[in-house]
Design a protein around this ligand. Structure first.
Ligand code: ADP
Ligand code: MG
Length: 651
């Protein structure tokens, strides 16, 4: 494989095998070159052996380039390898076998080093697999224990994990407690407490305590497996700059060949220059004008940036998103589950001052209110539904039986109960049906009061009359305010909050977080419209938790999902996933992708600079071919090494 081939070998799979043979071919090229030189320049070997040895060296050094060239010629395209092969053939034609052999030898050596370097980035993530044990201790139904390979574990099996061991498979803790270091998945090494019912992931480290884990996924479907395959796919997709460079390569190659033909014939035929030196100069131009470094400049950087992200709990779903992130100027946050923890709790139950409250004791009436609300919410997946059901359970209240439950996203739920209709939701749900207008003023006032304290209010309604309201409070993420401050410092001017919640709550929270633009009372489709508007002002990233904001994530230029360790929706809809449910990854994401963009541009400017410098050398000081080759391959390697710098943790 030659230096330029990587841009075509995006299906990295066979890279590894190629790499093995590649080494042998490079070795043959080296051997041939040394023996050929000994034959030609020293008395050690007879002169007549020189050319045969050089031919061996040519074959070793040029084999992969030749295959690649043939592949392109079949599509009537020229590529950069063609330029190299042509230059070497030209050197042989002039009898300058040594220079041709040096050319092909360096060409193949730098190709080998390059695939080695790029594999380092590609494998940075696969190495996580080594953390996952290949077997685990299964508890059999008869109570005995048996060590089995992870491939034989099935959902429902119970696995015992001891302190200090890595967890072999995804599952749910059914017995015991411990603290688990999840850095393999989330990039965050502070241990997370785990107790019965909590999810654990393959490859994470059980620090203390014996736990029994019920297997929930087979080994092929674990979160770790998903991360690895996502990262590999991402590393194969092309960044925007690379798209441009790839489409430019064939045209560039044709231009170079055409110029070289002119460079031979005009001085030789028209100006009457000596053929050999004209031809030699043309070959040198062929080599130094090859944009190998330019072509590899982007993938070398982007692949490393993707690997860096994955090791720090940031999953890029494609190379293009690395570049896209660097140009963000607006970040829109979803409120619930993103800026807040998404674990609301019921704080107040307020009864309407009508008959409902007076017939029963206050507690009975409140429990009845909760029973109706919980009945409606039984099958809803909304954060609020969970909170209402938890509160009911805590108070020992049984949810009433309902049927025909219908939920309206961003509004609430309606259902039937013994012939009457019941509903839980915000005012939009009710005003849209003409209810609400005649409601008890006192109830609406207490709703406003609660909202201004940052609480979410939902009304419980039976046969169009409010029974009362339930107030819920969610906690702001402890890191949110700091993160927003940091993002501002990084130059993100537009920070926006989008929420389906009421504006009272939204403003109360925005104020605490220092967010100045708030759009509240948005239905999911209005969030999409709002994002379309924001997109007119600049490049917009939407940060959401993947719970009912998939349309918004998809509409923004860049959808960033939070806390996806385990939630498949977010893994699928977002462009970037923050695995650790951790907002503090956002500033890191931003600085990583900006650094990547900088390295890409450094590489591009450097490779163009070297081409110009070497070309000037050829025409001004008759640069020898060998030096041209060294400059050309050297710059290619430097560009790759510069890209590898992005593997280092950035601060
Ligand atoms: P956010 O934009 O803050 O993530 P949503 O769009 O999920 O919020 O919901 C917006 C509002 O719709 C909630 O604050 C609530 O008033 C109402 N709502 C949505 N689903 C439900 C439900 N299942 N029960 C009660 N209210 C709901
Ligand atoms: Mg939400």
């Amino acid at each position: 494989m030659s230096c330029c081939n990587h841009s075509h070998n995006d299906n990295g799979g066979h890279n590894h095998n190629g790499g093995e043979y590649q080494l042998w071919f490079t070795a043959a090229s080296t051997g041939g070159l040394i023996l050929g030189a000994l034959a030609e320049f020293t008395p050690v070997l007879p002169d007549f052996l020189a050319v045969p040895f050089f031919i061996v060296s040519y074959i070793g050094g040029g084999y992969y380039g030749l295959i690649e060239t043939a592949r392109h010629l079949r599509h009537l395209q020229l590529n950069i390898d063609f330029l190299m092969i042509a230059a070497a053939a030209g050197a042989a034609f002039l009898g300058e076998w040594v220079e041709g052999a040096i050319l092909l030898f360096l060409f193949s050596l730098s190709g080998t080093l390059e695939s080695y370097a790029l594999d380092k980035s590609r494998n940075a993530i696969k190495s996580l697999l080594e953390l996952r044990p290949n077997e685990g201790l299964l508890r059999l139904p008869d109570g005995s224990e048996k060590l089995v390979p992870v491939e034989q574990m099935n959902p429902g099996d119970i696995v015992i994990v001891k302190p200090g061991e890595h967890i072999p498979i995804d599952g749910k803790v059914v017995k015991g407690q411990s603290a688990v270091n999840q850095s393999a998945i989330t990039g965050e090494s502070i241990p997370v407490p785990k107790k019965q019912g909590d999810t654990v992931f393959a490859a994470t480290l059980n620090e203390n305590g014996v736990i029994q884990v019920e297997v929930t996924k087979s080994v092929k479907d674990t979160t770790l497996a998903k991360i690895i395959s996502l990262v590999e796919t991402a590393q194969q997709t092309r960044a925007k700059t690379q798209h441009f460079l790839d489409s430019f390569e064939p045209r560039y190659a044709v231009t170079v060949v055409f110029s070289v033909v002119l460079l031979i014939f005009i001085p030789w035929l028209v100006l009457g220059h000596d053929f050999d030196s004209t031809f030699y100069r043309a070959i040198t131009v062929l080599v130094v004008a090859s944009p190998c470094a330019l072509i590899i400049s982007t993938p070398a950087s982007i692949i490393s940036a993707i690997a860096n992200g994955a090791r720090n709990g940031i999953l890029f779903k494609g190379g293009a998103y690395v570049e896209q992130t660097a140009s963000i100027d607006t970040i829109a946050f979803d409120k619930t589950g993103t800026l807040t923890l998404g674990e609301p709790a019921v704080t107040d139950l307020v009864l309407t001052g009508n008959g409902f409250g007076q017939q029963h004791s206050d507690t009975d009436a409140k429990n009845r209110l909760l029973a109706i609300a919980a009945g409606c919410e039984q099958y809803s997946e909304h954060h609020l539904a969970g909170a209402i059901l938890r509160e009911a359970k805590q108070r020992g209240v049984t949810p009433i039986k309902v049927d025909n439950m219908v939920s309206t996203p961003g509004q609430g739920v309606r259902a039937n109960m013994n012939g009457s209709t019941v509903a839980v939701g915000n005012l939009i749900l009710f005003t849209s049906q003409g209810e609400g207008d005649s409601w008890d003023k006192e109830l609406l006032e207490s709703a406003d009061e609660l909202r201004n304290k940052g609480k979410t209010v939902v009304f419980v309604v039976q046969d169009h009359q409010p029974l009362g309201l339930i107030a819920l409070a969610d906690q702001i993420r402890p890191s949110a305010r700091d993160v927003i401050g940091q993002l501002r410092k990084q130059g993100i001017e537009n920070i926006v909050m989008l929420t389906g919640d009421n504006s009272g709550v939204a403003n109360a929270i925005a104020e605490q977080l220092d967010i100045d633009r708030v759009y509240a009372d948005l239905l999911p489709e209005q969030k999409v419209e709002k994002l379309e508007e924001l997109k007119k002002e600049g490049v917009v990233a939407m940060v959401g938790d993947g719970v009912n904001d998939a349309p918004a994530l998809a509409t923004s230029h860049l959808g960033i999902a939070m806390g996806a360790a385990g939630t498949d929706v977010a893994l699928e809809t977002a462009d970037i996933v923050l695995m650790g449910d951790d907002l503090t990854k956002l500033p890191y994401l931003l600085s990583l992708s900006r650094k990547a963009r900088k390295v890409v541009w450094q590489n591009i400017v450097f490779s163009l600079g070297v081409i110009i410098l070497l070309l000037a050398g050829v025409f001004l000081i008759d640069l020898p071919l060998t030096l041209g080759v060294v400059g050309h391959e050297g710059s290619t390697l430097l560009v790759v090494l510069n890209g590898l710098r992005l593997l280092r943790k950035s601060g």
